[in-house]
Design a protein around this ligand. Structure first.
Ligand code: NIG
Ligand code: FE
Length: 423
């Protein structure tokens, strides 16, 4: 199967000479080209050049190609959502009025709601029901131009149910077009039954769950909610080091609600990313810049919890590679709209329109070790291509709160056409 995308107003390849996550002004390099076409063969990008050159070089591929006319539109890499709690039972709209009338996220959790409520729902939901629910969410992601999604477990909080969540993600990786990258997050909360006996649960995560996740190859990453009243920095360090010993790469929910030296811990343990960072300290940001830890910022969570936003501008200027993501989950950020998250990052974290594109493509890809496969439009890379119905990329943030996705080519196949899913 061959596809040829022609006549785009703008093609943003996001490609540069830089290998690895983009820093500082590199984050503004969007690789804008006009008057180029894109040839896709099979699952890969074959050539990006003026149409005439492609026709000369590959006449027979061009003759057979399905032609997509991108006149008046822009073309860019498929979006990468590098932090989600994708697989979960139930919803939590009943918490919204509580929070609007002043109850805090942690108050609700400590009273047995929040993550505990979703854990109960996830345990009660069968594999098949979870699979169907998540399939629907993945369809929504795809319609918003997202072609790769990271998925954390963490609503089972016992082996049977953590495994169920991870296996749902694994099956969806086989059946759904969107690529899923799995993270084990058994240490997402201390189960109610372990109240007052937190270290026993930490031991269970370390001794029982992490070895099994690694043995069954159910995840690539290992995450922990390092937060006052959840897991201490010391417990988090032990959990992340145990994962590392089993080949699971550390990630960390750091400095989300209260400063807790989570950013510092991420740098210390060599985490690939520290995520949230709403209240990360100056020292933590400096440590991350030194260690090259990627900051995965989640402005939808600040918005929905009505909390202060992470200092994205300062992080970029300090030399921290920044990615942004939805944090899709039923409590603190129930949205799949990465385009809306881009807008929040512009309006509330001082990031530019170019930087948010980098933060949701190539830097997000590096945050889940997919930077060599996706995140830019380059010859040889996976053909995950997005066509947006705007004449220039600046309109993406200008006409905000809308879904501009017109066409999505996923892995060399048309997955969304004129905004609708293709079966
Ligand atoms: O990233 N902070 C911990 N985990 C999620 C929220 C999970 C939930 O509320 O269900 C987060 O914000
Ligand atoms: Fe999260």
């Amino acid at each position: 199967m061959t596809i040829l995308i022609n006549h785009a107003n703008e093609v943003l390849t996001m490609a540069t000479d830089v290998k690895g996550p983009r820093l500082k002004e590199q984050m503004s390099e969007i690789g804008l080209q006009q008057d180029v076409s894109i040839l896709i063969e099979g699952t890969q990008i074959k050539m990006i050049a003026p149409l005439k050159e492609i026709e000369q070089q590959y006449p027979s591929l061009v003759a057979d190609a399905e032609v997509i006319d991108a006149s008046g539109k822009i073309v860019m890499p498929g979006l990468v959502d590098c932090h989600t709690h994708l697989v979960h039972g139930g919803t939590r709209e009943h918490e919204l009025n509580m929070r609007l009338s002043g109850k805090s996220y942690m108050d609700i959790m400590n009273a047995g709601g929040g993550i505990h409520y979703t854990t109960t729902k996830t345990r009660e939901t069968s594999f098949d029901e979870l699979y169907d629910k998540t399939y629907t969410h993945l369809n929504q992601f795809l319609k918003h131009g997202v072609t790769t999604v990271e998925a954390k477990s963490g609503y089972g909080l016992d082996w049977e149910n953590e495994k169920k969540q991870l296996e749902v993600a694994k099956k969806l990786q086989e059946t759904h077009r969107v690529d899923i990258v799995s993270t084990f997050m058994g240490a997402h909360a201390v189960p109610k039954a372990y109240k007052g006996n937190e270290d026993a649960f930490v031991e269970q995560v370390i001794q029982e769950m992490i070895p099994k996740v690694a043995e069954l190859k159910l995840a690539e990453f290992n995450d922990v909610f390092c937060e006052k009243g959840v897991f201490t920095p010391e417990q988090s360090r032990r959990i992340l080091m145990a994962g590392k010993a089993h080949g699971l790469i550390p990630k960390i929910h750091a400095d989300e609600i209260e400063p807790y030296e989570g950013a510092e811990l991420a740098a210390e343990v060599g985490a690939i990313s520290a995520e949230h960072l709403l209240v990360a300290s100056d020292e933590g940001i400096e440590a991350m810049a030194k260690s090259g830890t990627i900051a995965v910022l989640l402005p939808g969570t600040a918005f929905f919890l009505r909390a202060p936003y992470a200092r994205g501008r300062l992080m970029i200027d300090s030399g921290v590679p920044v990615a942004i993501s939805t944090d899709f989950n039923p409590g603190s950020s129930p949205t799949i709209s990465l385009p809306y998250i881009q807008n929040l990052a512009c309006m509330n974290m001082g990031m530019t329109m170019e930087e948010v594109l980098c933060a949701t493509t190539i830097n997000a890809a590096y945050a889940i070790q997919r930077g060599e496969q996706v995140g830019t439009l380059e010859v040889g890379k996976q053909a995950d291509v997005l066509i947006l119905d705007v004449p220039n990329y600046k309109q993406l943030q200008y006409f905000y709160g809308m879904n501009h996705t017109h066409t999505v080519v996923k892995n060399g196949q048309v997955a969304v056409k004129e905004g609708s899913l293709v079966e």
